[in-house]
Write a protein that binds this ligand. Structure first.
Ligand SMILES: *[C@@H]1O[C@H](CO)[C@@H](O)[C@H](O)[C@H]1NC(C)=O
Ligand SMILES: *[C@@H]1O[C@H](CO)[C@@H](O)[C@H](O)[C@H]1NC(C)=O
Ligand SMILES: *[C@@H]1O[C@H](CO)[C@@H](O)[C@H](O)[C@H]1NC(C)=O
Ligand SMILES: *[C@@H]1O[C@H](CO)[C@@H](O)[C@H](O)[C@H]1NC(C)=O
Ligand SMILES: *[C@@H]1O[C@H](CO)[C@@H](O)[C@H](O)[C@H]1NC(C)=O
Length: 453
């Protein structure tokens, strides 16, 4: 392990709090940034040759940057190169900046991804009971963190993990690429995220998160990879991004069964706009199925969804409790999608057998409007739960042109009710409830005035 003296000196200096003069001013550095101070990862012994393991360099650099917390924070600059690393943690008031040509690469060796506790709102890992691997880049209890750059890349080398999952050789649940817990004022922008072992960007128990101008890709035949997963978060904004993954491009969640119910933290006030989404085996935009803390006040507009198994999907199950309500999705272009719209109350995966089937979810006040589809095989499959129907579903101005192989009945509905206006193909009778009216439909402009019961 390389540990140049300068690093030891810097870390020692930081620990002693005598840091002035050791750090160049940002304005003398090439990259523009928001912080008054900047350090470069090479100052901490990192080598960008794609082979040298730089985990300790990243950890030491972040430790050093902590000393600038009360001085406006600092930028950690990652120059062009291939920077192999295991998991590391971020700190508050940090900007991680990846220059053009900079690639942070996740180590293939699973021992570089330590084991951490499962999330309290899930009770276990995603893939397996018990603890899980720590993500590549982590934030815990932070404020004011920016991960950005000039289209640098963060590559998780996920195929190692996908193979372990496929062959049932995982010992612990897969890690994500970037995860923030209990954090606020997070910005992630101007970067590309490749081949996450599981999810690419996972803010959980966070607020004020902005994801802007990112590209996210995983291999389309990877098992269960997701793009951005706001999970028990409020005030999240996702804009101007392109996501192409195997399972769910954007997925809104809030905890699993009794763990999510007792943790009780909802996902709310989420804005999604101008995104291009592809999901080869799941839904481009998904809600749930883990939604036990509740999901509400979601605005998504100007979505392009293409070459996907499902377009927009709302998923839940008896045992979840919670709710998905007050959702407005508008201005959607959908091309080459198997199932355009799905509502299902039958996602029967549970963290254990002790779920309470009488904990029934509420799915209500969901408006889908101004949607155009081409080459759609099935317009919609809407299946609520027996004795727990999904209500106040509004479809307005939806025009799907069906693929040649489409079945004659393009919609199938059960245990749902709602209203539809100007929908082609003709929707099922459950969405033509004579007792409901357009008043159940929200629009973006009238939305805030209409906190409809
Ligand atoms: C990173 O943070 C986790 C808690 O989120 C902690 O357990 C771990 O020790 C930290 N690692 C380092 C290297 O600081
Ligand atoms: C979270 O951060 C706050 C202030 O930054 C600190 O007071 C608190 O101890 C931290 N909590 C944990 C669990 O680290
Ligand atoms: C998006 O990020 C790239 C670098 O990754 C940058 O060149 C481009 O200007 C950004 N676009 C916007 C609209 O911010
Ligand atoms: C899983 O555990 C076994 C037994 O301890 C070990 O041989 C194997 O390397 C572990 N696999 C991973 C991916 O860590
Ligand atoms: C992303 O890139 C755009 C265009 O270069 C720039 O205006 C914006 O400030 C960048 N975002 C961040 C957080 O650096």
């Amino acid at each position: 392990m390389r540990a140049p003296r300068v690093v030891l000196a810097l870390v020692l200096a930081a620990a002693l709090g005598s840091v002035r003069g050791d750090v160049r001013r940002l304005r003398d550095q090439a990259p523009p940034g928001l912080r008054p101070h900047s350090v470069t990862i090479t100052e901490f012994g990192a080598v960008g040759d794609g082979n040298t393991l730089n985990t300790v360099a990243f950890q030491n650099a972040v430790f050093y940057v902590r000393s600038f917390a009360d001085k406006g924070g600092a930028q950690l600059y990652v120059p062009k190169g291939r920077w192999l690393t295991g998991s590391f943690n971020l700190t508050s008031h940090l900007t991680l900046y990846l220059e053009k040509g900079a690639v942070i690469i996740g180590a293939k060796d699973s021992s570089q991804w330590p084991i951490v506790e499962p999330l309290p709102s899930y009770g276990q890992g995603l893939d397996l009971p018990g603890p899980r691997h720590h993500s590549l880049i982590n934030g815990y209890n932070l404020t004011d963190v920016v991960i950005t750059g000039n289209n640098g890349v963060i590559d998780g080398q996920g195929s190692v993990w996908w193979d372990l999952l496929r062959s049932h050789e995982l010992n612990y649940s897969r890690p994500h690429l970037v995860e923030f817990l209990y954090s606020e004022e997070i910005v992630i922008s101007n970067l590309t995220f490749l081949n996450s072992p599981a999810w690419s960007i996972h803010p959980v128990y966070c607020s004020d998160v902005k994801v802007h101008n990112v590209t996210i890709q995983t291999s389309l035949d990877a098992p269960l990879t997701a793009g951005i997963v706001p999970d028990s978060c409020s005030k999240v904004c996702i804009e101007d991004s392109t996501i192409s993954v195997s399972h769910e491009a954007i997925s809104l969640k809030s905890g699993w069964d009794k763990y999510g119910i007792s943790f009780g933290r909802s996902t709310s006030d989420i804005h999604i706009s101008r995104v291009d989404l592809q999901s080869s085996s799941g839904a481009a935009l998904a809600f749930g199925s883990e939604m036990s803390g509740g999901i509400s006040d979601i605005h998504a507009n100007h979505l392009r969804i293409h070459d996907s198994y499902k377009g927009i999907s709302f998923k839940t199950s008896p045992g979840r409790g919670g709710y998905i309500k007050v959702v407005v999705i508008s201005d959607v272009q959908m091309d080459d999608v198997h199932v355009g719209i799905e509502f299902t109350g039958n996602c029967s995966t549970h963290p254990d057998d002790h779920f309470d089937p009488s904990e029934l979810p509420v799915i209500s006040q969901i408006t889908l409007q101004n949607m155009v589809g081409t080459n759609i095989s099935v317009a919609g499959v809407l299946s609520g739960i027996d004795s727990d129907p999904f209500t106040a579903i509004c479809l307005s101005n939806v025009n799907f042109s069906m693929s040649d192989s489409a079945p004659s009945s393009s919609w199938s509905c059960s245990n749902v009710s709602g209203y539809s206006k100007t929908v082609f193909p003709e929707p099922c009778t459950e969405l033509c409830d004579p007792s409901s009216s357009s008043s159940i439909c929200f629009s973006l402009s009238s939305y805030s005035a209409l906190a409809v019961a």
